[in-house]
Design a protein around this ligand. Structure first.
Ligand code: ADP
Length: 493
């Protein structure tokens, strides 16, 4: 048996997943690592923890699969996006901890960029909103705050990379200094139209060109691992940021195809085709993963509070004892009886972008019971996803008829059925829901010839369950109207 090894380096854990020739998970392992919070709002990772856990889980996944490292045909890497590392070109030694995407230390810098009216300039080149998430201001922070870093960078002695680049560099012992389009597109330094690092942005942030890696298609040969690390030389044939890897794992390779991951938050990505769809609704335009020389464009939107609303019902409200119980509870009543819950705990994202909004429950009567509230919370997740899908439809000018799903809360059948009803589109849940790892495994497997093409991949991971819309147009319109007034209530703070 031959395998593809997917390395999935996430924000809280490193995972290794071995996929066999049928695309099934043959073995997997994961290890959590330390989150470092030096100050309120700051988040860092120790690069040694990232690399150590990622290399460590490979052996465990092999053992679980009963496989040998010599059975691995190729490696694919997928990773937490935007997280920023800077290291010494000669020694490979980082000059500072990895600054994690969540870290807000450069929020003021971004506020100044917006005040100086540079938001549109940045959006036009990168497709991104000027925010501290993205790597550019994090690199600048390191150059400005680590003693001697700027001078070393200007002498060409330092390298920057997102986590994929750092893993590539480390696994090849410094022979490969590269990234892929999907990761480059999240740095706020990459021009998504010319597909090159942008000189104007490099100047704006004061970042020397020599710090930046070569950019390649997600599905291409990046290099071979150094045998001292994994015991042998293995080709690394795919690299993609986690959300784009997941989109490819769902085989959303045509314009208008869309996936939603229902985790703590919900992450939506739509394949926007060959042209960069400009969003009029505050969505991000970015690059997707593919095998060709030119990557597809994608539109991205996220819901801040998705499954976290269910956690809140369980941990704070004590209305349910497990997340899974929410389904049974919601099914005990035939509707939420006019109750709406907007879980805007930390404000509302696209398409509202209202940081001052707060959670709201509206429509409560004397007859409202626990079941109605639980049902309203699940419906609230679906309405938020629906708001983003509708915005994407407007931006791309395509009516969506199918949406693919994954993530912890996608296990909830009530939620998936309601999502299908409220969107008036089919919701497809695949058998293998490790879609992030699967995405880079597919790319690597196509690259090394294990699989012939998308048709073969389509057959390998079928649909576990399809949900079809079963709600009248009037009913849907009435509920969406109710949701809109609930959102207005949440914004009255
Ligand atoms: P993350 O990767 O963001 O940690 P996961 O994909 O593991 O998230 O999903 C966990 C989230 O999904 C939690 O917020 C949890 O409340 C929610 N969740 C898990 N199972 C269910 C379920 N059966 N119904 C509704 N929500 C669920």
């Amino acid at each position: 048996m031959k395998y593809i090894l997917a390395l999935d380096q996430g924000t809280t854990s490193s995972r290794a997943i071995l996929f066999d020739e049928q695309g099934k998970v043959a073995g997997k392992a994961y290890q959590e690592f330390r989150q470092i919070y030096p100050r309120a709002g700051w988040v860092e990772h120790d690069p040694k923890d990232i690399l150590g856990t990622q290399v460590g889980v490979v052996a465990e996944a092999l053992v679980r699969a009963g496989a040998d490292i010599s059975d691995v045909e190729a490696i694919g890497i997928t990773n937490q996006r935007e997280t920023t590392l800077v290291w010494d070109a000669k020694t490979g030694k980082p000059v500072y901890n990895a600054i994690v995407w969540q870290c807000r230390r450069t929020a003021d810098m971004c506020e100044r960029l917006r005040k100086e009216g540079l938001e549109d300039f940045i959006y036009k080149k990168t497709g991104l909103v000027a925010d501290a998430y993205f790597s550019a201001t994090k690199i600048k922070w390191i150059l400005d705050n680590v003693s001697g870093a700027r001078a070393r960078a200007e002498r060409g002695e330092l390298r920057f990379g997102t986590v994929d680049t750092y893993l590539l560099y480390s696994l090849t012992r410094g022979r490969v200094f590269a990234t892929d389009y999907t990761n480059a597109a999240r740095t706020m330094l990459f021009n998504i139209h010319t597909l090159e690092w942008d000189e104007d942005l490099l100047k704006l942030f004061g970042i020397p060109r020599s710090m930046l890696p070569k950019v390649q298609p997600s599905g291409s040969l990046f290099g071979v691992t150094d045998s001292r690390l994994l015991g042998r030389e293995i080709e690394i044939r795919a690299v993609a940021g986690d959300q784009q890897a997941s989109l490819f794992g769902h085989l959303c390779t045509h314009k208008g195809q869309i996936k939603t991951t229902y985790g703590t938050g919900c992450f939506l990505l739509m394949n926007a085709g060959d042209e960069p769809a400009e969003s009029k609704n505050g969505l991000i335009t970015s690059l997707g993963a593919g095998t060709g020389d030119k990557p597809p464009y994608v539109l991205e939107g996220s819901v801040f509070v998705g499954g976290a609303a269910v956690q809140w019902l369980r941990d704070e409200m004590k209305l349910i004892s497990s997340a899974a119980e929410s389904e049974e509870c919601a099914n005990k009543v035939s509707s939420s009886e006019g109750v709406y819950m907007v879980p805007a705990f930390t404000g509302l994202g696209a398409p509202y972008w209202d940081a001052s909004a707060r959670g709201a429950v509206v429509g409560i009567t004397r007859g409202t019971r626990r079941e109605h509230l639980v049902r309203a919370a699940l419906e609230g997740i679906a309405y938020q996803v629906s708001d983003i899908v509708r915005a994407m439809q407007r931006d791309v000018g395509v009516k969506i008829s199918e949406m693919r799903v994954d993530g912890g809360a996608a296990a909830n059948n009530f939620l998936m059925q309601f999502q299908s009803d409220i969107l008036d589109c089919r919701v497809l849940r695949p058998r293998i829901i490790e879609t992030t790892g699967l995405g880079v495994a597919y790319l690597a497997g196509l690259g090394c010839g294990m699989w012939s093409g998308e048709e073969e991949l389509e057959k390998m991971n079928g649909v576990e369950r399809a949900f079809s819309p079963d709600m009248s147009e009037n009913d849907r319109a009435a509920r969406l109207k109710g949701w809109r007034s609930a959102v207005n209530a949440a914004r009255q703070n």
